[in-house]
Design a protein around this ligand. Structure first.
Ligand code: GAR
Length: 195
């Protein structure tokens, strides 16, 4: 059984997709041990609690400096003895210590076809704003392993999504979630759980 920690910052629709996929058997051999957020108000924490999953906030605001926060985050994850860390809309730079300790055991979902529209400053809606501004006709999502860089780790899965006439960043974001993110993130976890 693959033991997983899911790290979130916001609404948690990707977390929901993972929980649903476990419930309906699309993901097998997998158990979410804990959901951790940097943001106490994240709706994702409610989603976890509703499922009876441990939901914890580790916020930088509660620590004197970044290093102490990083250590607290690492300690919280270690406490649950997980095999895989899934970044599902976790908008905090992952501490190097964590990357080193969990090498090839951290995956991230990014809402574009990497290497387009990724790296520092590209997160959430900003990614879709940039894609529309550039006028791309195809975008999508990527699941990749996390390394010390920003969105630079080895790619696991990608799925393309068409941009349509009249798209706003919000409309495009929703289509990318529905047609790509909510499919390839559960798929990647299932692959890892069964390899
Ligand atoms: C998702 O679109 C995810 O791909 C993105 O944040 C959103 C979180 O939504 N992540 C990044 O931009 C990471 N660079 P959710 O909380 O509803 O899953």
């Amino acid at each position: 059984m693959l033991k997983v920690a899911v790290l979130v910052s916001g609404g948690g629709t990707n977390l929901q997709a993972i929980m649903d996929a476990i419930d309906n058997g699309t993901i097998t051999n997998t158990e979410i041990k804990v959901v951790i957020s940097n943001n106490a108000g994240a709706y994702a924490l409610e989603r976890a609690k509703n499922k009876g999953i441990d939901a914890v906030c580790v916020s930088p605001k509660d620590y004197e400096n970044r290093e102490i926060f990083n250590d607290a985050l690492l300690a919280k994850i270690d406490e649950y003895g997980v095999d895989l860390i899934v970044l599902a809309g976790f908008l905090v730079k992952i501490p190097e210590k964590l990357v080193e300790k969990y090498e090839r055991r951290i995956i991230n979902i990014h809402p574009s076809l990497i290497p387009s529209f990724c790296g520092v400053g590209y997160y959430g809606l900003k990614v879709h704003e940039a894609a529309l501004e550039r006028g791309v006709k195809v975008t999508g999502a990527t699941v990749h392993y996390v390394d010390a860089g920003m969105d630079t780790g080895p790619i696991i899965l990608q799925k393309a999504v068409y941009v349509e006439e009249g798209d706003t960043p919000e409309i495009l974001q929703r289509r990318v979630m529905e047609q790509a993110e909510w499919q390839i993130l559960p798929q990647a976890i299932n692959m890892i759980a069964n390899m």
